[in-house]
Ligand binder design. Structure first.
Ligand SMILES: O=C(O)CCC(=O)C(=O)O
Length: 337
């Protein structure tokens, strides 16, 4: 028996309505949607009128309008920020910032800033190299993200890509690799690595903006040139610190979130800043920052970021600021959008 398919079958009525709701179609254009989907003018007017009386459709429509209202409010921030910063895309840089200035001008205003002079006193800045780390930690089992190239959604699937290797094997792989996004020690490997790499914290000092908790604060990052952390936003404020090598960070403000194709949790469907830039006039503003050894980037909560390793990199990130940083308690429980 051969399956019968109806050529040019028009979508069902509820499908047309669902699509119209998802796309924010105004009520006076609803009938036209049915016509475009292949319904007669008469049937289209009838279905549009019927939808207005359907409580489910009405609730969906109100919800859609609420989202549009929120987007309008966010657009106020976008326009005001653009008036303030113009077309400049560089993240401001401040050397040896005073904590009071940091919290007043950046943290509490949800504005990114690149900071220099925060960690010049750290022994790690002088000591950490492949030779030193292999010598000190070589036989230690650590966890990393492996086989990332096997899946397009490697960041979303990060729990499934956890692999255990000795630090010596990891360093050997780094030495063999010119450029790769296939393996990377990230903050998602923190539970294992905080214990395993505890001796490294001897080389880590204090940072004036953070409150020491006495528990080896910070997340360890290390990987070859070519690592890519795709667009996402964090649920906390975050300080991203470079110790060895350079990273390029592209950021997009939370008020531009409507452009971010945020389909799941904190992730975006855009695969690179270049794709976004191709939107031309429509593109949200892409803020840029290159981060070198000894430099730190304040990544404010909610800001989208995309990070590329320009060299073999070693870094750390921190969330233990001397201020409220619990933005995850009220986070959504359902995160498919
Ligand atoms: O350094 C990286 O590759 C990513 C850092 C990051 O995205 C983060 O800490 O949220």
């Amino acid at each position: 028996m051969t399956a019968k398919t109806k050529p040019n079958a028009k979508p069902g009525k509820r499908e047309v309505l669902a699509q119209a709701l998802m796309e924010g179609c105004p009520l006076d254009q609803l009938a036209a949607r049915f016509v475009a989907a292949g319904y007669s003018e008469k049937a289209a007017s009838y279905e549009a009128a019927r939808a207005m009386k359907d409580p489910l459709f009405a609730a969906g429509k109100r919800l859609g309008n609420q989202v549009k209202k929120r987007d309008w409010t966010l657009d106020i921030y976008r326009r005001l920020r653009r008036s303030e910063a113009g077309d400049a895309t560089e993240i401001p840089v401040v050397d040896t910032i005073d904590p009071e200035e940091f919290f007043a001008k950046y943290y509490h205003r949800n504005m990114p800033v690149k900071l220099t002079g925060l960690v010049d006193h750290w022994p790690a800045m002088e000591k950490w190299s492949l030779d030193f780390l292999a010598g000190k930690m070589g036989s230690t089992m650590i966890e990393l993200q492996g086989q990332r190239q096997s899946r397009a959604d490697y960041e979303i699937a990060s729990n499934e890509l956890k692999r255990n290797v000795t630090f010596a094997d990891f360093v050997a792989a780094l030495r063999r690799t010119d450029s790769s996004n296939d393996f990377y020690i990230t903050a998602n490997n923190d539970t294992v690595n905080k214990q395993a790499l505890a001796p490294l914290w001897d080389d880590v000092g204090e940072i004036s903006l953070l409150k020491p908790t006495g528990a080896n604060d910070g997340f360890f990052w290390m990987g070859p040139k070519g690592t890519i952390t795709p667009f996402h936003h964090d649920l906390t404020n975050n300080l991203l610190l470079q110790i060895v090598g350079r990273k390029r960070v592209t950021m997009i403000a939370p008020y531009d979130s409507a452009w971010m194709r945020n389909h799941k949790h904190c992730y975006s469907q855009w695969t690179s800043p270049d794709e976004l830039a191709m939107l031309g006039e429509q593109a949200p503003k892409l803020w840029e920052c290159d981060l070198g050894p000894g430099e730190a980037l304040f990544l404010p909560v909610g800001w989208w970021h995309y990070v590329v390793g320009l060299d073999l990199t070693i870094g750390m990130s921190f969330i233990n600021f001397r201020a409220d940083n619990d933005f995850y308690t009220g986070y959504l429980t359902e995160t498919d959008f």
